[in-house]
Design a protein around this ligand. Structure first.
Ligand code: COA
Length: 335
């Protein structure tokens, strides 16, 4: 879908934050019947960070945001819009306003986007629309999730996978010539929503008949691992290819493949289908597991900090997950 584009979108800076508590595969093997060898060989994950004590999603989201802001000449008050991609808000009415308050970004309108592991991609595309049509100049996009709160810690098929984290990006309106978001492609298949979800169910134990017919609570994460795996390795390469074709770019022109950090086998399978060499695949999931909406900005921030990504590099960002939803952005990094 095309719209009237008057401005370019410049990625000014990124930031990220993870909780201090580190849970190794060894520790997980004391909770459920599994092993470091099984987890690492099937997923590539060694450890993950878990939010504990009184810390909240907003704490890590705000640290990531401040780290990104510090790298720019902007203050929180200069931000026009905050988009928080999360599926694990503090408040069902949305958490972005709490982030706005914590940052003191009093001029910003703030709202949440719920799109699970594709959340950051969709939030970036949403932010880009507001900038490209000339409505906002400075936008903070945050991907943050604390899936540990919604994990069934007795289910070895899922509890090995997830971790908590936050990543942030500051986007700014620019001339069309210095535009960094070259193109995108987004998809949803709601027919398969129940392959990976946290569903709401009525409380069968509620004694009051009237209440039990209308009130309940959200369940824990349920997932059909094999189906989600098949979905990712088939749809993500198609999305990336579609996006590259629309920009007349070839796979060879891509410097980095940065996929949602779900599973090393998915990363390798997608790269191999597209014939992208392993050395171009960015991965940090060994340290953090699947951090949902945080995974792409967290890996992007680390790769920029490590000087892996250089001025002028083309990066494919691709997210996929519950919904089922998936999407790709082609990004040009310019210092
Ligand atoms: N430790 C040890 N054994 C485990 C285990 C664990 N943590 N989890 C499952 N198993 C067992 C199963 O019980 C099964 O045993 P059985 O054959 O005796 O029944 C066996 O290992 C194989 O299980 P299966 O579910 O077929 O494993 P798999 O090869 O599909 O790997 C996943 C499981 C979850 C790692 C894999 O399906 C996957 O990564 N899927 C994608 C999930 C994902 O990325 N989701 C998020 C997307 S955003």
């Amino acid at each position: 879908m095309k719209s009237s584009i008057t401005q370019g979108v410049k990625l000014l800076a990124t930031g990220s934050a993870v909780p201090n508590l580190c849970i190794s595969n060894q520790v997980i093997s004391n909770i459920v019947n599994t092993s470091d060898e099984w987890i690492f060989s099937r997923t590539g994950i060694k450890e993950r960070r878990i939010l504990s004590n009184n810390n909240s999603l907003i704490d890590i989201a705000s640290i990531a945001s401040l780290k990104a802001l510090e790298k720019t000449n902007l203050n929180a008050i200069d931000i026009d819009l905050i988009i928080l991609a999360t599926s694990t808000p503090n408040d069902l009415f949305g958490s972005a306003s709490q982030l706005q308050a914590k940052l003191g970004a009093n001029n910003a309108v703030a709202f949440d986007i719920t799109a699970a592991c594709s959340g950051f991609i969709i939030a970036m595309v949403t932010a880009a629309q507001f900038i490209q049509n000339g409505n906002y100049s400075n936008v903070l996009v945050v991907g943050a999730d604390v899936l540990s709160k919604w994990t069934d810690w007795s289910d070895r098929r899922t509890c090995i996978l997830f971790g908590d984290g936050a990543g942030a990006a500051i986007l700014q309106s620019s001339s069309l010539i210095s535009n960094n978001i070259l193109g995108f492609h987004l998809n949803t298949n709601g027919q398969k929503f129940n392959q990976l979800n946290i569903h709401y169910e009525l409380d069968k134990h509620q004694e009051n008949v009237f209440m039990s017919s209308m009130q309940g609570k959200f369940n824990v994460i349920t997932m059909n691992g094999k189906e989600v795996y098949k979905f990712a390795v088939s749809k993500v390469p198609q999305s990336i290819q579609h996006c590259l074709d629309s920009l007349n770019l070839s796979v060879d022109q891509i410097d980095w493949l940065l996929l949602h950090q779900a599973n090393a086998r998915i990363l390798n399978a997608v790269a191999s289908r597209l014939m992208i060499p392993k050395k171009k695949v960015i991965s940090n999931l060994e340290k953090y597991g699947n951090t949902s909406a945080a995974s792409i900005p967290l890996a992007l921030d680390e790769a920029i900090q490590d000087y892996k990504i250089n001025h002028g590099d083309l990066i494919v960002l691709s997210g996929f997950g519950a919904g089922l939803t998936w999407g790709t952005i082609i990004l040009k990094w310019q210092v």
